[in-house]
Design a protein around this ligand. Structure first.
Ligand SMILES: Nc1nc2c(ncn2[C@@H]2O[C@H](COP(=O)(O)OP(=O)(O)OP(=O)(O)O)[C@@H](O)[C@H]2O)c(=O)[nH]1
Ligand SMILES: [Mg+2]
Length: 231
């Protein structure tokens, strides 16, 4: 299922991606019909770099660090993928969060904001145990949030887990991390989402800064989001 999903994204990634800021005329419809994408994850995982790429389609050089201190919302924009007309993702806002507030706060934000999509950015370059701990706390609280708020659960069309900084680890470490992530997702989210929905959660490798690897992986993540949210 996962391999299949990644293949589909690769096909999209060789196609063009277009981003347009909604004009004042179309802003209202983009806002009204658009999707909210909430980006969560530990500090320094690459949330801001990913949010910038989603919006602008360009990667920053590695090493430029600007810690996020508060919730940062993008204006409405439209992302087109594939040959025209292709798929269109109307983004009401992409919401970037500060990692320092922690996983419980991030899970509570899902309950408060009721986003259409949650992107969980994890950092491949930190220890597996630290990543597991963060994800367990997030998912444990998300379980409570989704059981308490059925509207938030119904509105959540896409939950995507991103293994960012894939350039920092080898494929053996990546497999180990992916397995650990899947285990946590099953352990905590099978009840509120159902086992089938949990199985379908994409766990995708990603690189969100300029490296020799180009944009194939991050384009794959954007394509997955678009496929799940496009109207
Ligand atoms: N090597 C590598 N570095 C990355 C990657 N993505 C982000 N970085 C670096 O990681 C650092 C943190 O990136 P940010 O996007 O600011 O991380 P953040 O999750 O927004 O961090 P907070 O705002 O503190 O929560 C920066 O120095 C980036 O250059 C990646 O895929 N590979
Ligand atoms: Mg940030």
């Amino acid at each position: 299922m996962e391999a299949e999903a990644q293949t589909v994204s690769m096909e999209w990634s060789v196609e063009t991606m277009r981003r347009t800021l909604a004009t004042w005329l179309s802003r209202l419809t983009t806002y009204a019909r658009g999707k909210e994408i909430l980006i969560v994850g530990p500090g320094s995982a690459g949330k801001t770099k990913f949010a910038q790429y989603l919006r602008w389609g360009a990667l920053d050089p590695e090493g430029q660090r600007h810690m996020t201190y508060g919730i940062t919302k993008s204006p409405a924009f439209v992302l087109g993928i594939g040959r025209e007309p292709g798929l269109l993702l109307k983004v009401r806002r992409a919401v970037d969060t500060p990692g320092q507030v922690g996983p419980r706060h991030h899970a509570n934000l899902v309950g408060r904001r009721k986003p259409h999509a949650v992107v969980v950015m994890l950092d491949c370059s930190t220890s597996l145990s630290a990543t597991e701990r963060w994800l367990c706390l997030f998912c444990n609280n998300l379980d409570t949030v989704l059981r308490r708020g059925s509207y938030a659960a119904r509105r959540l069309d896409a939950l995507v887990v991103v293994l960012n900084k894939r350039d920092q680890i080898d494929s053996g470490q990546s497999d180990e991390l992916r397995q650990a992530v899947r285990q946590v997702l099953h352990q905590y989210l099978s009840v509120p989402l159902g086992p089938e929905r949990v199985n379908a959660i994409p766990v995708l490798d990603c690189v969100s800064v300029q490296t020799g690897q180009g944009t194939t992986l991050i384009d794959g993540v954007v394509a997955q989001l678009t496929e799940r949210l496009a109207t």
